[in-house]
Design a protein around this ligand. Structure first.
Ligand SMILES: [Zn+2]
Length: 159
């Protein structure tokens, strides 16, 4: 028996298990009735990460950023712009590395912006630096089509 597929609610973090054939893109959370997909990234914190990085569930792409980081500001609208395109196959999330230092440290984030794809609780892809929409789209498709292969290398420290 396989575990049910899980879509964590972007509003209350409750796990939603879609019924067979359910249109998840327009589905609502059974706990709080919020839409499961809004076309916008969610903001993840240390408290929320375990609810969203789940086994056999919706993969996550996290944008690690900070307010003072110019390239992060360039990246933000590009990242956000692809959210609707990839829903309901991918959850877009952001982590403010200033507010969530321990979480950024847990992921070993050394430069920002860094994007990380999490699938079945494992990081399957990571890239540092600004990517424009075409490259980002290709990178995400590649990351999603690979099956739970762990990345071996962390990005090099900033020079
Ligand atoms: Zn909810």
């Amino acid at each position: 028996m396989t575990a049910p597929y899980t879509i964590p609610c972007p509003a209350c973090d409750a796990p939603h298990h879609p019924a067979a054939g359910e249109d998840t893109l327009s589905a609502r959370c059974s706990a709080c009735d919020s839409p499961l997909f809004t076309g916008r990234p969610i903001h993840l914190t240390t408290e929320r990460i375990n609810a969203h990085a789940v086994e056999h569930g919706l993969p996550l792409v996290i944008d690690f950023w900070a307010d003072w980081c110019g390239p992060c500001k360039t990246m933000a609208p590009i990242f956000e712009g692809l959210a609707r395109e990839f829903e309901p196959h991918l959850r877009f999330a952001k982590v403010d590395t200033d507010r969530e230092g321990p979480l950024a440290e847990h992921f070993g984030i050394q430069t920002i912006p860094t994007l990380s794809v999490i699938r079945d609780r494992k990081e399957v892809a990571r890239v540092a630096g600004v990517m424009f929409a075409g490259d980002l789209r290709r990178w995400l498709f590649a990351a999603l089509s690979e099956h739970s292969e762990e990345v071996s290398e962390s990005p090099s420290p900033a020079s």
